[in-house]
Design a protein around this ligand. Structure first.
Ligand code: CTP
Length: 382
């Protein structure tokens, strides 16, 4: 685990204690690419930014006097630079759920860390000494793959953290701690919290939802949102808002989402609504196929069924496997049961017309049946 050279240079040029905070530290420990560089300053971020500009080391892009923050462009060399956000250590007090917090700065670094969302995002590195500071045991949770807030009022203070918890859980394949699941449930029993989440247009909730759905695993996100009862709340405003929310996004995300929501309804009504909402026939066809495949007791093990699953686009396939995990096992078994012989070879052997597809179907079924469930390898591959 090595800090990028430019952060050490930044520390050398600093006129106060500075810390690397937030996602970058977490990503550094996880050995994944660091994206955003958030720097916490012990005294004053604006004076630090000005100090760097005077020394011709960085260019100030933006300043906020209200929050005492600055955005800078740090020159690595003549044609390479990196953008960094500098903030002054601050405390935040929420007067009511979802309120914009009242802030105070500068405060002790520990106070700034204590206002943050999850333990995994609360590890900081003091850059002047290249030293970790981890007062909330974030390292341990990172190792144990757990999402956990720093205090029990966190989700109430800032309900967007419910959506963030889902995003981090999916992004890193972590579990939300059992205590946090309880806290989320309690928060969602509060009308004020429901009001905030329901308002998907509300800027902060909207931004977090957008970030969640920009992510690759849309079906997983919806699954977890549905499980935690968050999706229903967003969906209260769905028909009017979702289209706008995902305007710049892959349209599939909200389409699959709606589908998950309607799964227990009468399919004819569901698809009528989908048509009215402007779903394309391509998407409707994919969703209809999923519906056909949900009841495992009714599906026929056949080449035809395999081809239906195979024709699902990746995102829809993932949606099917989440809604019906058994189908993934069946699909994988089907995949290795495919006939080793091609239709052309069967023609050469004298098969004609329908007899070709019948024979392929026979071989497939035989292969599938010969799969020895106790073994790793199917019998016919031995
Ligand atoms: N943060 C918070 N509460 C929020 C949003 C952000 O406490 N509702 C804090 C967290 O400490 C977080 C940091 O601000 O790590 C930066 O926020 P953001 O850029 O949104 O998240 P990252 O953790 O950097 O995640 P990602 O890498 O996915 O952007």
């Amino acid at each position: 685990m090595k800090l990028p050279e430019f952060l050490l240079d930044l520390a050398k040029a600093s006129n106060q204690e500075i810390y690397l905070v937030g996602g970058a530290v977490r990503d550094l420990i996880k050995r994944i690419e660091m994206k955003d560089f958030d720097i916490l300053c012990s005294k004053n971020a604006i004076s630090f930014a000005k100090h760097l500009e005077e020394k011709n080391l960085a260019e100030i892009i933006a300043i906020s006097e209200e929050f005492c923050t600055a955005k800078i462009k740090w020159k690595i060399n003549e044609d390479k630079f990196v953008i960094m956000d500098l903030a002054t250590a601050r405390s935040e007090i929420y007067e009511y759920p979802g309120a914009l917090p009242k802030i105070k700065f500068p405060v002790l670094i520990r106070k700034d860390i204590a206002r943050r969302d999850f333990t995994i995002n609360s590890i900081v590195i003091k850059l002047n000494r290249s030293k970790f500071y981890d007062p909330f045991k974030g390292m341990k949770d990172l190792r144990n793959r757990i999402i956990r807030v720093l205090h029990s009022k966190s989700y109430i203070d800032d309900p967007t953290r419910i959506i963030r918890a889902i995003r981090f859980a999916i992004k890193f394949d972590f579990d939300i701690s059992p205590e946090d699941l309880k806290l989320i449930e309690q928060a969602l029993a509060d009308e004020r919290i429901i009001g905030i989440i329901k308002e998907v247009r509300g800027i902060r909730v909207g931004i977090e939802l957008k970030r969640l759905f920009e992510f690759d695993y849309v079906a997983k996100a919806l699954y977890l949102m549905t499980k935690l009862n968050v999706w229903n709340i967003c969906a209260l405003n769905l028909k009017i808002n979702m289209k706008n929310l995902f305007k710049h996004n892959e349209i599939k995300s909200w389409e699959i989402g709606l589908f998950c929501l309607f799964i227990d309804n009468d399919p004819s009504i569901t698809f009528e609504i989908f048509e009215k909402l402007g779903f394309t026939s391509r998407v409707i066809n994919q969703l209809k196929k999923i519906l056909l495949l949900l009841d495992v007791s009714k599906i026929e093990i056949s080449l035809k069924t395999y081809k239906i699953i195979e024709s699902l686009e990746d995102e829809f396939k993932e949606c099917l496997f989440l809604l019906q995990p058994q189908m993934k096992t069946i699909y994988n078994k089907m995949k290795i049961s495919l006939p080793e012989i091609s239709p052309e070879e069967l023609i050469n052997q004298g098969f004609k017309g329908k007899a070709i597809s019948d024979e392929l179907e026979n071989i497939f079924k035989k292969n599938y049946a010969s799969f020895n469930y106790n073994d790793e390898k199917p019998a016919f591959l031995e």
